[in-house]
Design a protein. Structure first.
Length: 332
């Protein structure tokens, strides 16, 4: 708990410093845009120069807050952040918080669906794989899991769009909802439209985390099945399956519980590559566009939220481990 504030300050200060030294900031991009427009005008024999004087460039730097030293500018940004003022986008000139808040429901939907599906399937699947280790079911499912884990989510997304959206036309090419979403009169029709658009992206979201959780659960359960306390419980007359459920299963959940809180970060931000491929207007796509367009206030706003979620997730992970592992007691 004591490291939460220093960690947050370290993460945000590092990213803030990097944004100041990376070439191609908002002023440079504005000048490049004006130069491109000037070249087009010259080609059309308009002959108008769009060059800016040094004083005008200095005014632009002051407007975007780039004229101050890094630490002074960071302190000013941090002071505004304490009052929940994330600044204004240098690309759209809109409040950063409004832009992020508009996209939170989209990312939260995919993050929540991925979170619950991963845990509710991975834990039982890992349990059955450990109980039937070496069987046809275990070998077949392991092959499928490893193949899925080896393929990045965005590669799977491209394959799914090409096959099921372009050739077979079973699913839409992308987007969170269809163009007729607002015309639907019932909640069921709207929910059906959302899920129709969500099937392919959810497969891409699930494929990596699902494989990791399943194999973690299986390997830890197999390790605990060979432990002395399980053999002792069976030797005292406790049925094998009862010994597994009462003793081995709970200890096998400890590594899974340690990963529980870290999923909170993915719960909100998702994967920007998957959102780019499927044109899902979530926080991931917003962050990608902000980086490409050097929209530093939006970048810093997303980084600040991610840093908070990461630290809260670590605290939740410790609490989950304490619930599962009886050896861990806070304040003991």
């Amino acid at each position: 708990m004591m490291l939460v504030i220093p960690t947050f300050l370290g993460i945000t200060l590092l990213i803030f410093t990097i944004t100041r030294f990376v070439p191609g900031g908002p002023v440079e991009r504005l000048l490049a845009t004006m130069q491109t427009q000037g070249d087009v005008q010259t080609t059309s024999d308009v002959g108008m120069s769009n060059a800016l004087s040094e004083d005008q460039i200095a005014e632009l730097n002051a407007f975007y807050g780039l004229d101050k030293p890094v630490f002074e500018a960071y302190t000013e940004w941090l002071g505004k952040l304490l009052s929940l003022d994330f600044g204004e986008s240098t690309r759209y000139y809109e409040p950063v918080w409004d832009m992020i808040a508009e996209r939170i429901p989209v990312s939260a939907f995919y993050g929540g669906m991925t979170f619950f599906i991963s845990y509710f399937i991975s834990i039982p699947l890992g349990y059955f794989k450990a109980m039937r280790h070496g069987s046809v079911f275990d070998s077949t499912s392991s092959i499928m899991i490893f193949v899925g884990y080896a393929l990045p989510g965005y590669v799977v997304g491209i394959l799914l769009i090409t096959l099921f959206s372009y050739h077979l036309e079973w699913f839409p090419m992308g987007g969170f909802v269809g163009d007729d979403f607002d015309d639907y009169e019932t909640f069921y029709e709207q929910f059906k439209d959302i899920m129709w658009h969500a099937i392919l992206p959810l497969i891409c979201y699930l494929i990596g985390d699902f494989a990791t959780l399943t194999m973690t659960m299986k390997n830890n359960l197999m390790e605990n099945l060979s432990a002395d306390y399980v053999r002792t419980a069976i030797a005292k007359g406790l049925p094998f399956k009862v010994a597994v459920r009462r003793h081995a299963l709970r200890n096998s959940l400890i590594p899974v519980a340690s990963h529980f809180g870290n999923s909170l970060l993915f719960f909100m931000t998702g994967s920007f590559l998957i959102e780019v491929i499927f044109n899902i207007d979530g926080i991931g796509l917003l962050g990608y566009e902000a980086i490409m367009e050097r929209d530093y206030p939006v970048v810093m706003g997303i980084v600040a939220i991610n840093a908070v979620l990461l630290m809260v997730g670590n605290i939740l992970s410790d609490m989950c481990v304490a619930v599962v592992d009886p050896r861990v007691k806070f304040g003991a």
